[in-house]
Design a protein around this ligand. Sequence first.
Ligand code: FES
Length: 146
Amino acid sequence: MNGKVSRRHFLDWFLNTTAGTFFLSVFYPVARYLVPPKLEESAARTVTLPLKPQEVKPNSGQIFKFGSQPGILVRTQEGDLRAFTAICTHLACTVQYRPDLGHIWCACHNGHYDLTGKNIAGPPPRPLEPYTVNARGDTIVVSKAA
Ligand code: FES
């Protein structure tokens, strides 16, 4: 009698924990999928680039790290330095500078941005976030707007 109770107790426990484990293994990944993690906002507000202003040629662009995010520094054909986030506003590919076009381009779906960061062609729905560029002596400092 005592062995039956014990066996029944064990079977109840086994079935309950197996069912619980099964539901957990199914619903936890579904819940994680449905509630995507928050994108980590870069905490950096200012970055000093490992470049000298004179090293950036007119009609060129370079990707740099702004915290954990990519940024793009562009020197226009007229010689102005400009910087933007390098994350395409369409599906978050990294944009690049196209010297042949004279503007910023996203290779993923042929998105185009002018040198103010405005989306001008292709699927990007919004402009690139502009940054402030200060070239002082031998340093280039890029800052996010306050
Ligand atoms: S991700 Fe840039 S155009 Fe689609």
